[in-house]
Design a protein around this ligand. Structure first.
Ligand code: HAM
Length: 420
């Protein structure tokens, strides 16, 4: 046996229904909010992420699956979707072909992280991005979409956390204020934080090392260092969140681990899934499109980890009502009639099963039960002679006989009833 690679996983029947539910609920919502689907390659040039996600991020420094291909090109398995979607937006001039460039993507992402519950090396994201809208109303709309998605999946015990990390104009002064406030203490922080103090002081707020926390707790907050326009923007985002009626908490520690964020950042945390509790994260990235060689367009979006959504969803989510039919045949002549009935049921749009191994009626009924079918349709010599089908309600155990010419209508009505 050659096992799957550590940090990757198969999604099997029994679980896949929950994945399908995430996709169905998301697609429905994304359509209603005006987003169109985009599918981009899983491999990209390494520099797209080095430049896009950012050289000082853990993702680029430690976690990328990067290699040289046979043509000598540096290739990366995408660790996140945002730089790819920005690339596609620029490369195909989507602002020309779309009234409002709002796009979404589902797909696998790759990060060489230490695997644990809710953290994998191949994981899946659903990602949405909007380009070219700077009005803070769009920030709130994107947050409303994120909230609608999470609550629409029935995930309870969730918290929306927001912050503003400022812009190119006000962030440097905040970085300096952080370094100044740290003073001599910087030497007592963990190695990562000492490095962050010189490369990207804001990222110190990401630190989870317990000994560092008392020092970090005393540091100034980004919202107190925002320039006038960032301050006005953040106030408007919060006002609009009030209009949407979405509960949120402002956390000055929410700086996010990617380099491109400006102004609004956010995460949705789920209480029920353990340490890796961020089910969704995102924010505004007003300089990224230009930085990656495109026109000067703002952007905002988020990504949710599908594994984490599935973990946080209630157990019943994705379970289908019992509406399927099982066709059972007793004896060879009845078998052909049963196959014809199976064909008719499927052509009528119903889910139907049959077993071909010619077992006893009892073993066929066992199979019907394991398949969780709602009704068994039994055909034997007697039924053939009288042109009827014996219908067994698998839950109630009751039996009835229905004419062969009325059976499709009968089954359709039963299936529709089961879906209510
Ligand atoms: P991110 O916070 O790196 O943001 O990832 C978004 C979500 O992906 C996380 O909240 C988490 O649910 C999931 N995730 C991340 N890493 C893993 C992992 N190793 N295993 C399982 N799930 C994981 C981004 O990726 C940004 N591109 C989001 C964004 C879009 N910002 C603006 N637009």
């Amino acid at each position: 046996m050659i096992p799957a690679i550590r940090g990757t996983h198969d999604i099997l029947p029994g679980d896949v229904e929950r994945w399908q539910r995430v996709e169905a609920v998301s697609r429905d919502l994304f359509g209603r909010y005006g987003y169109a689907e985009v599918r981009t390659p899983i491999i990209e040039r390494e520099e797209l992420f080095a430049k896009g996600t950012g050289e000082t991020t853990d993702i680029v420094q430690k976690e990328m699956y990067a290699f040289t291909d046979k043509g000598g090109e540096r290739i990366t398995l995408r660790p996140e979707a945002t730089p790819s979607l920005v690339r596609a937006f620029v490369e195909h001039s989507l602002e020309q072909s779309m009234a409002v460039p709002k796009i979404y993507l589902f797909g696998p992402m790759f990060r060489y992280e230490r695997p644990q519950k809710g953290r994998y090396r191949q994981f899946h994201q659903l990602d949405v991005e909007v380009f070219g809208v700077s009005d803070p109303a769009i920030d709130a709309e994107v947050l409303d979409l994120a909230w609608a998605l999470v609550t629409g999946l029935g995930i309870a015990d969730v918290e929306l956390v927001v912050n503003s990390v400022g812009c190119q104009a006000c962030r440097p002064a905040f970085g300096e204020a952080l370094v100044k406030a740290l003073g001599e203490d910087v030497g007592t922080l963990c190695g990562d934080c000492r490095r962050r103090a010189t490369t990207n002081p804001l990222r110190i707020f990401d630190c989870k090392v317990p000994q560092d926390q008392p020092i970090i707790d005393r540091l100034p907050h980004s919202v107190d260092y925002l320039c006038e326009s960032c301050r006005t923007h953040f106030a408007a985002v919060k006002k609009h969140l009030g209009v949407y009626g979405i509960p949120y908490r402002v956390s000055h520690r929410l700086v996010r681990g990617l380099d491109y964020y400006t102004r609004t950042t956010f995460e949705i945390l789920a209480g029920s899934i353990g340490a890796q509790n961020a089910i969704l994260g995102g924010g505004r990235y007003d300089g990224l499109v230009k930085h990656l060689g495109g026109p000067d367009r703002v952007g905002i979006g988020f990504a949710a980890g599908i594994e984490r959504l599935v973990l946080a969803m209630p157990a019943s989510a994705g379970a289908r009502p019992r509406t399927a039919f099982f066709v059972a045949a007793m004896g060879e002549p009845a078998r052909d009639a049963a196959i014809a009935l199976l064909r008719d049921l499927r052509r009528a749009g119903l889910e139907a099963h049959m077993e071909y191994e010619g077992r006893s009626l009892k073993s066929q009924m066992k199979r019907a039960d394991r398949l969780k079918t709602a009704y068994a349709l039994i055909l034997g010599e007697d039924e053939l002679a009288r042109a009827v089908v014996t219908v067994k309600d698998m839950r109630a155990g009751e039996q009835a006989q229905v004419g062969r010419d009325a059976i499709l209508e009968y089954c359709r009505a039963r299936a529709a009833g089961g879906q209510e």
